[in-house]
Design a protein around this ligand. Structure first.
Ligand code: FRU
Length: 956
């Protein structure tokens, strides 16, 4: 403990490895306890830090050691004392385990038990052999196989062992002999009671005893018997000694104290030799020493058991520490002269041993506490580490959480600000919208008077004035559009009233079928004219229904008007009225087999200002939106079912009775006369076709206007007729209303120019028409002018990409259109001049359209190849080119400005000129080489076209 340094227990044990120094054991034990206590205090912080390492170290320290101990007999006190010593010493080695086997004085049994011990896997064998010879082989065997063997007390007859521990039995015998001789003063008879025959202590003690007394010739060992070390065998042994000899004997030397006591009791029982003295061996405190002290034995020779020494040596062997092979334990003769001292010493030793055991117990308890505390500490430290980790994780997430919360707060703030801005913006937008609608309504209102003022004098002029047919048509066009504007203005006003909640329902009870029949009236003449099957279908004659006649008038008119707009001639428009089975609703259907709507258009049919293909063609779709609002006022519904190119069905559902109407919404009596819809005129006029006929006078002025042709592709009949009227004097005009007929017309007639609207009914639009024309060899040369209301620059670029030659935005100036047509035609003219100069196809510096170049190349190549073929026909040329005769003529005329026959003739003559100028061929040969049937005909034609005869040309 000096210098605050703590010694390890093993160091302390090393200090106490001497049996007689038992008191030192005691100090060592105290130090050991103090060591454990202190270690407990100091170890806590270290253990916390080095928890894992400690675990490993503990494992290393605790490497288990198994010691096998084979005892020849375990029942006598001496051997029990040996085992106690072994246990005592073992308590300092917690990792050492002892397997103890008692052979019960049987050598065979001991051999078996040793085999069992090796089978159990011992690290070292401690053996006290019963008899020397029988145990020889097994002990040698184990030793040779590498297991260390410590022989204790008795020996085998071999020297193959690792270490021996025991007293020198010969020396004990000899000292006992010398003591006896001295005691008997050199004269006397001795009976020797020996141990087990064949056991080394018996042999050596007998030999030593004999040597101890042999110097005294008057001392005789008169009898030698075997008591086999056991008290109970003594009687039997001594009975072998004759009574005479027993009588003559002065001393009995027994090889151990127990046999000495047995001999004493034997002779005491007999009672015929009271002076006999007894000497034993072992000197154990509670037996031998007590017998000497009680004067039963005269003396005993101390024979230490060597238990502690055996374990210390075993551990030294196993820990590869230095050890002695033969460890001879000290002996001494104890008699009346030293018995008191020896007893005192023995008592002291046994009390110290008791102390040691007690301390040992305390150590065990401390060790247990230490182990428990270690475990607890280990768990606490483990928990602490886990807690620290969890704490770290929690701290990390806390920080992350704070960050997220902060960013969320910021986002929230931004969102709130944005929300506020949106609210403000929507408020502004609402106000702006309100202002816009108000302005719009007001301005609409303002329009009504001037429009009426235009309409009234116009109708007057139309009625009374005398104009040419064309002017009359123009005026009717103006009238129709004024009426259209009026209708839009009226509808806008109605909307505004609905929005402002000013349009109130004024319902009366009416006969629905009569009401509808009345509305149908103005349409009948149109249906008749266009052969449209137009009728009212109803199972019931009278369906009485409450509704606002003026409103319902507008709705039905609007639906019929739409149906007529989109139904082709020879189609049908059916109005059906029916009560539902429960009788609480009435359904009015307006169904046609007209052009129908695409799903998207049908979905948005009732939306105000929704732009779709129909609305873009026919103006703003106010009518349906207004109809829906009017039906809503009736708490009814209106829906549409439509399929493109199949037809449309509008379905209105109205409540029967008056349950759905407020009191103020119902008018009794005839407060309002139903008058035919005030805008009837507007609807009907709109449905009429305004025919603008060609101006005969202009035709006359321009004379032959049929040399050039124009195809007008426009679905708006008015506009189409208007343009047609303007172009007719100067051009041959073809017309088409959709892409299919446009392409048909173009391929059939090969017009000189195409004027095409972009938005056309049907799947293909003007762009597609242009694209098809420009990519077909028959029509690729035809210039196309696109005419449309689409106005963005992107749309114009798209048109140009489709190779349109010009792009005119509606509304346009008709003169501008006429000039554009002329300009495009003039450009064609220039191109044509280029193609036909010298009849060659020099296209190097020009960039005519690819398809046209291909056409010209193909056309000229076929003619070149057939220049000598006098039977070559136009039909052959057409079939080679894959186009019709008309297409060929038109295309050649358009691109080259020539009639095909003239072109071929010119080509032949050019070739002939070439041959003639070379001078290689005769005139006749040239004639045949250039496809003329005879030289005479060749000469005639040549002279008429070139002014000179071929011969003259050749000579020049
Ligand atoms: C015990 C014992 C001792 C004796 C020893 C010799 O069995 O008889 O009394 O001294 O054996 O091995």
């Amino acid at each position: 403990m000096e210098n605050g340094e703590w010694k390890r227990p093993t160091d302390l044990f090393n200090k106490t490895n001497n049996y007689p120094e038992t008191c030192m054991h005691l100090c060592a034990v105290k130090e050991l306890i103090a060591y454990y206590n202190n270690r407990m205090k100091n170890i806590i912080p270290i253990l916390t830090c080095l928890l894992l390492l400690t675990g490993c170290a503990r494992d290393k320290e605790k490497r288990p050691i198994t010691i096998g101990f084979s005892q020849c007999v375990g029942s006598d006190k001496w051997r029990q004392s040996m085992l106690d010593g072994i246990h005592r010493e073992l308590s300092f080695y917690p990792n050492a385990k002892l397997i103890y086997k008692d052979a019960d004085n049987s050598s065979e049994k001991q051999i078996e038990q040793i085999k069992e011990l090796t089978a159990e896997g011992i690290d070292i064998l401690i053996v006290s052999p019963n008899e020397a010879k029988p145990l020889n082989t097994i002990v040698e065997d184990i030793y040779n196989k590498g297991t260390p063997v410590i022989v204790i007390d008795r020996k085998t007859s071999s020297s193959l062992y690792t270490a021996y521990i025991g007293a020198d039995n010969y020396e004990i015998g000899k000292r006992a002999g010398e003591y006896t001789a001295n005691l008997l003063q050199g004269k006397g008879n001795i009976i020797e009671v020996m141990g087990l025959p064949g056991s080394t202590p018996a042999i050596e003690r007998a030999r030593g005893f004999y040597d101890g007394v042999k110097a005294h010739k008057d001392i005789h060992i008169i009898a030698e018997v075997y008591g086999n070390w056991r008290i109970e065998k003594v009687e039997e042994a001594l009975n072998q000694v004759s009574p005479e000899l027993q009588q003559k004997a002065n001393l009995v030397f027994a090889h151990n104290d127990m046999m000495a006591l047995g001999s004493y009791e034997y002779f005491k029982r007999k009672g015929d030799n009271n002076n006999l003295m007894f000497i034993g061996v072992d000197g154990l405190p509670n037996t031998g020493l007590q017998l000497v002290s009680n004067k039963i034995l005269t003396a005993t020779a101390l024979y230490p058991t060597g238990g502690e020494e055996a374990i210390r040596t075993a551990m030294a062997v196993l820990n590869q520490q230095p050890f002695q092979k033969d460890n001879v334990l000290q002996t001494v003769i104890i008699d009346s002269t030293n018995i008191t001292l020896m007893k005192l010493q023995a008592d002291k030793i046994s009390s110290q041993q008791a102390d040691i055991e007690r301390q040992q117990q305390m150590i065990d308890e401390q060790r247990k506490i230490y182990r428990n505390q270690s475990t607890v500490l280990f768990v606490i430290a483990g928990s602490l580490v886990i807690a620290l980790i969890l704490g770290g994780v929690a701290f990390y997430y806390l920080r992350e959480n704070k960050k997220i919360t902060r960013s969320l707060e910021q986002k929230n703030k931004a969102i709130t600000e944005q929300q506020q801005q949106i609210i403000e913006m929507s408020e502004k937008a609402r106000a702006a919208h309100e202002a816009k609608v108000k302005f719009f309504t007001n301005i609409s209102h303002e329009f009504r008077t001037p429009l009426t003022l235009i309409l009234a004098p116009l109708e007057d002029i139309l009625h009374n004035g005398k104009f040419s047919f064309t002017i009359q048509q123009h005026l009717k066009l103006v009238q129709k559009n004024v009426i259209r504007l009026l209708r839009l203005v009226n509808q806008l006003m109605d909307f505004r009233k609905i929005e402002l909640d000013k349009l109130k329902l004024r319902a009366t009870e009416n006969n629905l079928n009569d009401f509808i029949t009345e509305i149908m009236e103005p349409f009948n003449w149109l249906a008749h004219k266009r052969n449209i099957d137009f009728r009212l279908i109803s199972r019931e004659k009278n369906i009485m229904l409450w509704f606002d006649a003026n409103m319902m008038d507008k709705v039905i008119f609007n639906l019929l008007s739409n149906a007529f707009k989109f139904t082709a001639d020879n189609g049908y428009i059916h109005i059906t009225t029916e009560k539902n089975t429960a009788g609480n609703t009435v359904i009015i259907k307006v169904e046609d087999n007209g052009s129908g709507m695409l799903p998207d258009a049908a979905d948005h049919a009732f939306e105000l200002f929704y732009q779709n293909e129909i609305t873009s063609q026919h103006g703003a779709g106010l009518g349906l939106s207004l109809s829906k609002e009017l039906i809503n006022l009736h708490k009814g519904t209106i829906k549409v079912n439509s399929e493109k190119w199949k037809g449309t069905c509008f379905e209105i559902t109205l409540h029967s009775g008056t349950g759905h109407l407020a009191k103020e919404e119902m008018l009794t009596g005839k407060e309002t006369e139903h008058h035919a819809y005030q805008d009837e005129k507007i609807f009907i006029t709109e449905l009429q076709q305004t025919q603008i006929q060609p101006d005969i006078s202009s035709l006359a002025t321009f004379g032959n206007g049929t040399t050039r042709s124009v195809l007008i592709v426009e679905d708006n009949t008015d506009l189409k007729n208007f343009i047609q009227g303007k172009l007719q004097p100067e051009y041959e005009v073809f017309t088409a209303e959709n892409a299919t007929t446009a392409l048909q017309q173009a391929f059939d007639n090969i017009p000189d120019i195409v004027i095409c609207d972009i938005v056309l009914p049907g799947k293909e639009d003007g762009m597609a028409v242009t694209n098809t024309l420009k990519n077909d060899m028959r029509t690729s040369h035809i210039p196309v002018i696109l005419l449309t209301a689409k106005t963005t620059i992107e749309q114009q670029i798209e048109g140009m990409k489709n190779m349109a030659d010009a792009y005119i935005v509606k509304p346009f100036n008709i003169d501008f259109l006429l000039e554009t047509i002329k300009s495009v035609m003039r450009n064609r003219e220039l191109l044509r001049e280029h193609y036909t100069s010298e009849l060659s196809v020099e296209t190097k510096n020009q960039a005519p359209k690819k398809l046209d170049r291909k056409f010209i190349n193909e056309f000229t190549a076929i003619i070149e190849n057939n220049i000598a073929n006098e039977n070559f026909t136009i039909d052959e040329l057409c079939s080679n080119m894959g186009i019709s005769r008309v297409q060929l003529y038109r295309k050649v005329k358009a691109l080259l400005g020539y009639n095909v026959n003239d072109y071929i003739l010119n080509a032949r003559l050019q070739k002939a000129k070439h041959y003639l100028s070379q001078g290689e061929y005769s005139v006749s040969e040239v004639a045949y080489k250039t496809g003329f049937s005879s030289p005479a005909y060749f000469s005639t034609v040549f002279k008429s076209k070139c002014g000179v005869t071929p011969r003259e040309f050749k000579e020049k």
